[in-house]
Design a protein around this ligand. Structure first.
Ligand code: DSN
Length: 414
């Protein structure tokens, strides 16, 4: 950081403060993680200087010999990691990847099925005010309000009624296993394309900790920065028969020059994810999430679907007489970061919803295990049960910091 320090003090200081925040606090936002130093080196490398519109072997600018090597490595590693027929590693992030998939395989106005946002879906899965919801006729399915789970019979009924051209499965706030095979059977019944968004669970899927949709689904996409622990970005995996359409939709359909520094970071992360220790990491994410869920339940927190099969959980705070926003803000003051979240059937506004969403990918990267999950649940309970007790919050902030400093964050030396 010495160059930034010399020439841009304001940015330098903000980054230093962010380092301290990341090191001294507990990160529970389930879509965040800490990349390795190797991933950060690739992202911060001289590769950021290069333009490389096109694909390996077919570029529009010169000087591509090293870029092609890097992008081909990213593609080959992703294919191996997920057992995919074809991979595009150029999407800038999850939303552009999803938009590219729709652009490749649908016509504007086509009917698509996706899970409603407040039930755990993503804005790109058909939110009416988003591009997906405006450009396509999204028919939204929901989770069962009693069980918090997707009822596959209801999905089938909706598919038979609405005859979608595509069915989207895979979510951002759904704590349970997804029945990929059943989705595929329903899609086949109505002749729909299957699209899986595994952004949240890709690291668990790549390691076999959760079942993969890749053998069943036509197209699968994932961001690379969540449980997969790579740089910010996304990839699209698909069956060979969709390869040309997907590639054309990413470039030149939607994007210009790919970010080859991020693609190098993806390649490094895929290499890391193929190591045996990454499987152990993914298994521990799930164990930690399960343990944290059970501990929260002991403190009378109501979990949507009563638990988790994955890395994340969704908590309805209604019985605690605290809103999601109040909880998020109070927990922020003690150094515990999570996000306020709508719950299925949300009666409140998305800016101040009834729930919180939390997960274990980041704390597991630091080496925290079940005993730390017990402490975290205890602190969350104390803060939420004493939402205005700022003296208690100050004391917990010190306890949080003391524990965190025993678990270093990759790339941060405090
Ligand atoms: N923002 C991501 C998440 O937090 O789940 C989804 O895009």
């Amino acid at each position: 950081m010495s160059a930034i320090q010399k020439q841009d003090q304001k940015i330098y200081e903000a980054i230093e403060r962010e380092k301290k925040r990341q090191a001294e606090g507990i990160e529970l936002i389930p879509s965040e993680n800490y990349t390795s130093e190797a991933v950060m080196e690739a992202c911060g490398s001289i590769l950021t200087n290069k333009y490389s519109e096109g694909y390996p072997g077919k570029r529009y600018y010169g000087g591509q010999e090293n870029i092609d090597t890097i992008e081909n490595l990213a593609i080959d590693r992703a294919k191996q990691l997920f057992g995919a027929e074809h991979v595009n590693v150029q999407p800038y992030s999850g939303s552009p990847a999803n938009t590219a998939i729709y652009f490749a395989l649908l016509e504007f106005g086509d009917t698509v099925m996706g899970l409603k946002l407040e039930h755990g879906g993503h804005i790109t899965h058909g939110l009416p005010i988003a591009f997906s919801g405006k450009a396509y006729n999204f028919v939204q399915y929901e989770v069962d309000l009693e069980t918090g789970r997707i009822d596959m019979d209801k999905v089938r009924k909706l598919a038979l009624e609405s005859k979608p051209k595509m069915i989207v499965a895979g979510y951002t706030a759904y704590p349970r296993d997804i029945e990929w095979k059943r989705f595929k059977e329903i899609a086949d019944e109505v002749g729909a394309i299957t699209m899986a968004d595994i952004s949240h669970t890709a690291g668990l899927i790549a390691t076999g900790v959760l079942e993969s949709p890749v053998p069943y689904f036509d197209v699968v996409m994932t961001t690379t920065h969540k449980t997969l622990r790579g740089p910010r970005g996304a990839i699209i995996l698909c069956k060979e028969k969709f390869a040309k359409d997907i590639d054309r939709a990413v470039f030149p359909g939607l994007q210009g020059g790919p970010h080859e520094n991020a693609i190098a970071g993806k390649a490094v992360a895929f290499h890391e994810a193929m190591r045996p220790e990454f499987k152990e990491y993914a298994e521990q994410i799930k164990k930690n999430a399960h343990h944290l869920a059970e501990e929260l339940k002991k403190h009378d927190f109501k979990l949507i679907s009563d638990g988790t099969d994955t890395h994340l959980m969704l908590v309805d705070l209604t019985n605690k007489n605290v809103t999601g926003k109040q909880a998020q803000e109070a927990l922020d003051t003690v150094g515990i970061t999570l996000n306020k979240n709508t719950i299925p059937g949300e009666p409140r506004s998305p800016f101040d919803p009834s729930g919180i969403r939390l997960g274990t990918p980041a704390v597991t990267t630091r080496g925290m295990k079940e005993s730390e999950m017990e402490k975290i649940a205890d602190w969350i309970n104390k803060v939420i049960s004493n939402i205005e007790d700022t003296d208690l919050h100050k004391q917990i902030k010190e306890e949080v910091k003391e524990m965190c400093l025993k678990f270093p964050v990759p790339g941060i030396k405090i």
